[in-house]
Design a protein around this ligand. Structure first.
Ligand SMILES: Nc1ncnc2c1ncn2[C@@H]1O[C@H](COP(=O)(O)OP(=O)(O)OP(=O)(O)O)[C@@H](O)[C@H]1O
Ligand SMILES: [Mg+2]
Length: 298
């Protein structure tokens, strides 16, 4: 059996003239914690909405477990989309019981999922007394109650304080360790780096990149430097962040070692009394490229 759980082919959604998702191609494999990373308005929620069957695609298609989405395939997917609805005057436990009933899930799962999201101790308290983080955790529990193969989370840490964010991250990892595949939308690179194994970057509905998270910091940066100083070559050698150095058309090309950037080199030269006449980054690390995309106004 193929380990591809989700395959998206040229998926597109237009809202009038606006193209919210533009010819998106993606694959998610079993066991991945897959991050959909993109700034506000880049099409994450719209994509998840199409995958969950709440938004109709304009064109393109996707398959779950190699099949076109049906009511049956969707039963294997649990999702927390933007605004989960619970009864404020009922307890967490009661809300989950109702949820399990609606979904035809085994009520015996409730205790387990409450445990996973660390709400067992508060399960009999009314929903309206829960903190935002607890509400979010109950939403995750509710998505897990039918024991889905895949869990979809749309910005699960939005609005939470650092403590709440850390709790959600731990829970997501625990759920993945339990064998589930997770798809998680986020606008934070840091979050994706801390939680995900693989990710895709969206920008204005278009796929900019997809791959494993551990590649993010890699990719060497080359800095072009020019300064009117006799010892420039010597000093460039001396800089601890310098990898290889070569001179082309009177300009030095310095490849940076992992973790070093043009500003580090600039600072080093400045402290040695050298003011550069030209300093430009040629190849950027993926991390830097993504941070620029994420910082874009929308
Ligand atoms: N129902 C709708 N009608 C019209 N435009 C919409 C609709 N839903 C989304 N859009 C537009 O589609 C684009 C993508 O929105 P979407 O909510 O998918 O982005 P997002 O990546 O989830 O953003 P955020 O990080 O803010 O949640 C945006 O420009 C948005 O305004
Ligand atoms: Mg969204």
């Amino acid at each position: 059996m193929s380990d591809v759980v989700l395959s998206i082919n040229k998926l597109t959604k237009n809202f009038g003239k606006l193209c919210a998702v533009n010819q998106l191609d993606l694959e998610v494999r079993r066991g991945q914690i897959f991050g959909m990373l993109g700034p506000n308005g880049s099409g994450k929620t719209t994509t998840l909405g199409m995958l969950m069957g709440v938004t109709n695609p304009t064109s393109g298609s996707f398959t779950w477990f190699g099949e076109a989405a049906t009511h049956h395939t969707r039963k294997k997917i649990g999702a927390v989309l933007e605004h989960p609805i619970f009864y404020p005057y009922l307890s967490g436990q009661k809300n989950l019981e109702l949820n399990a009933m609606v979904k035809g899930a085994d009520p015996a799962n409730i205790a387990k999922v409450l445990d996973i999201v660390e709400l067992s101790a508060r399960k009999d308290d009314k929903y309206k007394t829960y903190s935002l983080g607890m509400k979010q955790r109950l939403a995750i529990a509710s998505a897990l109650v039918s024991d889905p193969i895949i869990l979809i989370l749309d910005e699960p840490t939005n609005g939470l304080d650092p403590m709440g964010i850390a709790e959600i991250r731990e829970i997501v990892k625990r759920i993945a360790a339990d064998g589930k595949t997770i798809i998680l939308a986020s606008h934070l690179l840091d979050e994706v780096q801390k939680v995900c194994s693989h990710f895709a970057v969206l920008r204005k509905g278009k796929l900019m990149h997809s791959g494993p998270v551990d590649e993010v910091g890699k990719g060497e940066e080359t800095v072009e430097v020019m300064a009117y100083h006799d010892d420039l070559a010597v000093l460039l050698q001396e800089f601890i962040g310098s990898g290889s150095i070569k001179k082309e058309n009177g300009v030095y090309q310095v490849t940076m070692k992992d973790g070093f950037h043009s500003q580090d080199l600039n600072k080093f030269l400045f402290e040695k009394g050298i003011v550069t006449s030209h300093l430009a980054t040629k190849k950027k690390t993926l991390e830097k490229q993504f941070l620029e995309i994420l910082a874009e106004a929308h």
